[in-house]
Write a protein that binds this ligand. Structure first.
Ligand SMILES: O=c1cc[nH]c(=O)[nH]1
Length: 223
């Protein structure tokens, strides 16, 4: 943690993680037309007060959210995430891999544990710690938040720490679910294997498994 209170959204040119700033600058030089910044959370229709479920990914993909500026937009993980949200009634299409595609979320916000793209898709523990202040502020700014869906172990662990809960007492697992205290009242945390192409290609996560985790989180959120 930085020790300093952070706002719910990072400025696009957030300076907190030197390695991520250097990576951003290299990406900017190579692809000036890309977004190349800390990616803001994707809010539902109606805004923050309508958010009952917060979906927390790992970090922007280089050619996905880092390019388009919207979480999970433009890469395989987003294809699966947004198709599943549409199927379960938590979003309305079309999802077309671009931020102006008119996709709308219903009662759900999508964010990331780390807001800037990391090299090789792997944030360091220090980067997750530093970015956690934004996640804490993000949760605190959602007055009607009831449930969290954490995609992958890094998101799961970072979210537990953001809530002041012990990681060792709340092990990660697919559809692991814990009742915790959030900044604005009780929260149910549901975890899922990350919806990455790697996990679906290797059979770690099937579409049916992902759908089931999303529906569990939807139900916990009362949506
Ligand atoms: O975790 C992820 C993966 C892809 N895109 C994101 O925004 N987050």
């Amino acid at each position: 943690m930085t020790g300093k209170a952070l706002p719910p959204e990072a400025p696009p040119d957030c300076p907190l993680c030197p390695r991520l700033v250097a990576f951003r600058e290299a990406n900017e030089a190579a692809h000036p037309e890309w977004f190349n910044g800390a990616v803001p959370s994707f809010a539902p229709e109606g805004g923050e007060e309508f958010v009952r479920l917060l979906i927390i990914g790992l970090a922007p993909g280089l050619q996905g959210a880092n390019k388009t500026g919207r979480p999970f937009t433009g890469d395989y993980a987003g294809d699966l995430l947004y198709a599943t949200l549409i199927e379960s009634g938590l979003a309305s299409g079309p999802y077309e891999r671009r931020p102006d595609d008119a996709l709308t979320l219903r009662g759900v916000m999508v964010t990331n544990a780390v807001r800037c793209v990391p090299p090789q898709n792997k944030p360091t523990a220090q980067e997750a710690n530093t970015c956690r202040g934004y996640l804490q502020a993000r949760m605190a700014a959602l007055p009607n938040l009831r449930a969290l869906l954490c995609l992958g172990k890094i998101s799961h662990d970072s979210t537990l720490r953001a809530l002041g809960a012990r990681v060792a007492s709340h092990p990660f697992g697919h559809e692991a679910s814990y009742d915790l205290q959030g900044p604005n009242g009780p929260l149910t945390l549901v975890s899922s294997y990350h919806c990455s192409r790697y996990n679906t290609n290797t059979g770690v996560l099937t579409e049916a498994m992902f759908d089931s985790a999303v529906r569990r989180a939807k139900s916990a959120a009362g949506l």
